[in-house]
Design a protein around this ligand. Structure first.
Ligand SMILES: NC(=O)c1ccc[n+]([C@@H]2O[C@H](COP(=O)([O-])OP(=O)(O)OC[C@H]3O[C@@H](n4cnc5c(N)ncnc54)[C@H](O)[C@@H]3O)[C@@H](O)[C@H]2O)c1
Ligand SMILES: [Fe+2]
Length: 407
């Protein structure tokens, strides 16, 4: 096997309790007129008022747009960019959950290159650099603070759609785990499960032929040497601390582990990409109106089971990173890893099946058809999936039958 790696990351990543206080100094280096994208919840908090006061005290002119809505409707980004034009920001700061960070990416894109978001759907459609973005996450999950993708809701499409371009990677990711302390139990679980799904799907992604065009023609390039390191680190941290952070939200060590796990998982999947669990979530989430993290995590054990024949050694490594003993055959260790992921997700309240997610039996066919159509994710799956295989996988995830998913 040729040693190969590609990695695309922000220019600077800062992580640690209290690091949000560095924001004014960091922002000064990137601009003087900052547009902040956030939501009404965060904008009303004391911690946000402190952040704002810090920026203003450093001489930065700030305008706050607190109109971010969950799942980022396309028109909301167009409105936000339109309203910011007269302010002419030279820096965009996203503070909040993945929706706020993705909004910052979209607004920065529209302010720089004009047009409509639809012009940029897909991969490599952004023509050049965008206004610098500082991403300050308040959930520990999406990894959007380091990834090249913004996920948008489009009223003309049932499924959400991605804009993927290395130009959208924030210039700076500033991760302060204290900002996640206010996340309620359910949000902690769902966001953290999304992060674990990113790490496992990136670590077990298909390995592509590493020719010189691979990273030039694909935003997401599959498994490679450096993304593997970030993915394993993420799996270790989330394995040891996600359940603890959900059970006791005041456990600051567990909160820090989970935020670092989400960040590291973002560093992995931002270049490697994700796979079938994410592909099924797009239609299943649209039909059931359930959170992204809930859907991907509900699917993950079944997708692991489907992929196990093609990636048993990688799943055995996942098991070791989750703290399982490395005893028995590789296949046995891989099976144990799948069972452990299912156990962990059950313990934190993730829906155990697509039925529990709220999908109806007559929606399985459509879900499978749509999922198989999301080629950028399907091509990343370590075991090839054809329409019949996807239909079986979706049925197994509906029935709660891990063994059937492996067929
Ligand atoms: N760009 C990427 O790489 C990427 C990856 C995965 C998911 N996503 C997208 O990210 C979005 C999901 O993001 P998310 O899971 O972070 O949630 P979110 O941004 O949708 O926020 C969910 C809710 O949590 C609240 N919230 C956020 N931080 C909080 C805190 N500290 N305390 C209390 N409440 C808080 C928000 O106000 C909101 O009501 C989806 O739109 C998904 O498609 C993007
Ligand atoms: Fe995700």
């Amino acid at each position: 096997m040729t040693l190969f790696a590609a990695l695309r990351l922000p220019r600077e990543i800062l992580f640690g309790a209290g690091q949000r206080q560095a924001l004014p100094v960091v922002a000064r280096k990137l601009g003087q007129r900052a547009l902040i994208c956030t939501d009404a919840r965060l904008a009303a908090t004391e911690v946000f008022a402190e952040i704002l006061a810090g920026l203003r005290a450093a001489g930065i002119e700030v305008r706050v747009d607190d109109g971010v809505q969950p799942d980022l409707p396309r028109e909301s980004a167009a409105r936000s960019a339109g309203a910011a034009r007269d302010f002419a920001p030279d820096l965009v700061i996203g503070i909040g959950g993945g929706s706020c960070l993705d909004m910052a990416k979209c607004v920065s894109l529209l302010l720089t290159h004009g047009g409509a978001l639809q012009d940029y759907y897909g991969e490599f459609k952004v023509p050049g650099p965008v206004l610098p973005i500082i991403a300050v996450p308040t959930t520990a999950g999406t990894g959007s603070e380091v990834t090249p993708v913004a996920v948008v809701g489009d009223p003309e499409r049932t499924l959400k759609i991605g804009i993927s371009s290395p130009y959208l990677i924030p210039a700076m990711a500033l991760c302060d785990p204290e900002l996640t302390w206010s996340c309620p139990r359910g949000l902690t679980a769902i966001a953290g499960a999304d992060a674990l799904t990113h790490a496992i799907e990136a670590f077990t992604a298909a390995r592509k032929a590493p020719d010189a065009s691979l990273a030039q023609e694909n935003v997401f390039i599959g498994k490679s040497a450096l993304t593997d390191q970030f993915a394993l680190y993420a799996i270790r941290l989330l394995g040891r601390s996600l359940e603890r952070a959900v059970t006791d939200g005041t456990d600051s060590e567990a909160r820090a582990d989970v935020m670092m796990g989400a960040l590291a998982a973002g560093c992995a999947f931002g270049t490697a990409g994700t796979a079938a669990a994410h592909a099924v979530q797009y239609p299943a989430g649209a039909l059931t109106d359930t959170a992204h993290g809930m859907g991907v995590a509900a699917m993950l054990p079944y997708v692991m089971s489907y992929n196990r024949p093609a990636a048993a050694p990688a799943f055995a490594e996942v098991g070791a990173a989750l703290g399982l003993p490395a005893t028995g055959s590789t296949d046995a260790q891989a099976d144990a890893a799948i069972r452990e992921v299912a156990r962990l997700f059950a313990a934190i309240g993730i829906a155990p099946t697509l039925a529990a997610l709220g999908l109806a039996p007559d929606q399985l066919e459509w879900t499978a058809e749509q999922a198989i159509g999301i080629q950028r994710l399907i091509k990343n799956n370590p075991r090839p999936i054809d329409p019949a295989g996807m239909r079986r996988l979706v049925q197994a995830a509906y029935d709660g039958d891990l063994a059937a998913a492996a067929l």
